[in-house]
Design a protein. Sequence first.
Length: 214
Amino acid sequence: MTNPHGTSFAGRVGWGTRPAVVVVDLVRAYTEPDGPFFLGGEDPETPGRVLGACAALVGAARPGAVPVVWTVVRYAPDLADAAFFATKVPALACFAEGADGGWGELALAAAADDALLAKQHASAFAGTSLAASLRSRGVDTVVVAGVSTSGCVRATATDALAAGFRPIVVDEACGDRTAALHRQNLADLDAKYADVVDLSDALTALATFSVLEA
């Protein structure tokens, strides 16, 4: 992205030597028309764009054994572990154990050697083993994709920076309930917390790691 902030913001963290792809909460609740968090209310093309871009990212990661982590939200049947998050967002009840609809199922198929991480908060790092798991594999760069841009993607990227990783957020591989929310949050992330990159740039970078790792 271009830097509209001069030298005060939007420095670049760049790519390190060992990336991982973290696909945040890309589940049926966001991608199917009847889903409680359906992304296509304003723009019907959004779910397909995000699905296609995430599939391309994951596909580019696999040849070089770049780790892939899928996150999902899971709660106890009584939502006791959701705390005030479910108070603010009552529709999160769709992710409770035993809830109807299967809305928490992944919208893309994970490979057998991918990691599946269950979380209860917006950030994939909050209250989970993600940081420790990534460090144990030597990861220094977290490529963030998924949904929603203003919520769990933003929180994950921000916490990745705080945990000492290089956050890379892929524009086309993220989505939100409106285009304005998507663009505004990407702009703010790029200014202060992460490098926001185009899908083509991310695929090129991952292919480079594939050559190095193969």
